[in-house]
Design a protein around this ligand. Structure first.
Ligand code: UDX
Length: 439
């Protein structure tokens, strides 16, 4: 029997950030014809010559392959709109000072779509947005569109993790599509046809809320175990064994139960804030979300207090900071827990030597070299003559450290493991003092 050929679409992805660029490159890999648009001319030029703007495993190769075939980068949104059947909006929704999401970029894109709509278009929200954004996009296009061309609006939130983005795109736990018409549903199902993942079809409001609820729940899970880790410390219990046993209960699940210095990155902090804000605006004071954030904010100070208990006065003590990015396999420092900890240590008068396997360039922009902050070229240089080595990101590189060699060069053998990533027994056997979280 002849297998049904599935239609390949002309897709425009607006925004060449983490979500947009990964989606564009992956849609191209699925053989759709893709134009990825961004307002940053330099970024677009680089991308057209196969250079990607951030570290993401395997993305460079995917982009380079796509550029040779069916992936184009452009700054011309009006033209891209005219040429496409489906437009994915993946522009930034950064946090405003009041915690709400800044939807200016989305509003602007909706206007450009309205003014350039020349045939039926499916406009899909991919950025993380507060509920009712799809409704607003629809109103905007309806009000400002030229002529009477038909369109649909849909929501297709992205759940990819930085550092695992390509894998997450091709093997998602589920694909969520929020639609209002059978036509939109059919198109989105065809776009993702070859992925063979479960597709959950909802209305647009529900799809938008699924993303905020999912990220907030994951943040809650981490804050919960971090709060439990405080009780473990007080009780002399071990949070690692505790979370292992808790996670064996299928209803709880083992993921996102690692206690540590807290969650960061560009998604959890802004999404928890934005979900709190939109819930309030709708009439519900989501106090649980506020506490999830509070617990997270306390972890950095708690970690520094533990170091102080061991070293007493931090002024002029040398502390090595290993790991700066908000998690491994990314060079992203946005809202990384390391930032708050570095600030606290600097305020205590400590001298810091910073090292990260991928985020050094970003770190040099964020923290200026000073009498208190220097940058090291590897873990051993960072640790040399230090009174404490802090692990703030669980990079694989740190798992192969020769701790004997490191100890010989240290001023005082203290290890502060902010991610519970080291074998406590092994480390203490080597003669180190060990600080963990809840163990
Ligand atoms: C997250 C969501 O996982 C993803 O679905 C969404 O699309 C974007 O936001 P990401 O920001 O890439 O992805 O990071 P993630 O891997 O979820 O980690 C977030 C933070 O939680 C990191 O700072 C990480 O170190 C921390 N974390 C994670 C813990 O502290 N403990 C854990 O057990 C798990």
């Amino acid at each position: 029997m002849k297998s049904k050929t599935i239609k390949k679409y002309k897709i425009c992805v607006v925004g060449a950030g983490h979500v947009g660029l990964v989606a564009a490159a992956c849609f191209a890999k699925l053989k759709h014809e893709v134009i990825c648009v961004d307002t940053d001319k330099q970024r677009i030029n680089n991308l057209n010559s196969g250079k990607i703007p951030f570290y993401e495993p395997d993305l460079q190769l995917l982009v380079a392959k796509g550029v040779k075939k069916n992936l184009l980068f452009s700054i011309n949104l009006p033209e891209a709109v005219k040429k496409s059947e489906v437009i994915f909006i993946a522009v930034g929704t950064p946090p405003l000072p009041d915690g709400s999401a800044d939807l200016t970029a989305i509003g602007n894109v909706a206007l450009v779509i309205a003014k350039n709509i020349n045939s039926y278009k499916l406009v899909v929200g991919k950025s993380t947005v507060p509920v009712w954004t799809g409704k607003k996009i629809k109103e905007t296009i309806y009000r400002y569109r030229k002529g009477k061309n038909n369109f649909d609006v849909a929501s297709n939130p992205e759940f990819l993790r930085e550092g695992k983005a390509i894998y997450d795109f091709f093997y998602p736990d589920r694909i969520v599509i929020g639609v209002e018409s059978p036509r939109a549903e059919k198109i989105l199902k065809e776009i993702y046809h070859s992925l063979k993942s479960k597709i959950v079809v909802t209305d647009i409001n529900t799809a938008e809320l699924i993303k905020h609820a999912s990220n907030s729940f994951l943040a809650a899970k981490i804050s919960f175990i971090n709060a439990v880790s405080r009780v473990c410390d007080l009780a002399g219990a071990d949070v690692e064994k505790l979370s292992l046993a808790m996670g064996m209960d299928k209803r709880i699940g083992k993921d996102f139960l690692n206690a540590g210095i807290g969650w960061g990155g560009f998604c959890f902090p802004k999404d928890v804030e934005a979900f709190t804000y939109i819930s309030k605006k709708l009439g519900y004071d989501f106090k649980l979300l506020k506490e999830i954030k509070n617990i997270n904010e306390q972890q950095g100070q708690y970690f520094v207090d533990k170091i102080k208990e061991h070293l007493w006065i931090l002024k002029a003590k040398k502390i090595a900071i290993l790991g700066l990015s908000f998690k491994p396999d990314t060079d992203d420092l946005r809202f990384a827990p390391s930032i708050g900890i570095i600030e606290l240590l600097v305020n205590e008068g400590a001298n810091l030597s910073l090292y990260d396997p991928q985020a050094m360039a970003e770190a040099k922009q964020l923290f200026k070299e000073s009498s208190q902050i220097v940058f090291a070229s590897d873990v051993y240089q960072a640790a040399k003559e230090s009174d404490c080595v802090c692990f703030l990101t669980e990079w694989d590189e740190f798992k192969t450290i020769d701790f004997r060699k490191m100890k010989k060069t240290m001023n005082y053998p203290l290890i502060a493991d902010g991610r519970n990533m080291l074998d406590k027994q092994k480390i203490t056997k080597l003669g180190f003092e060990y600080i963990g979280i809840g163990r």
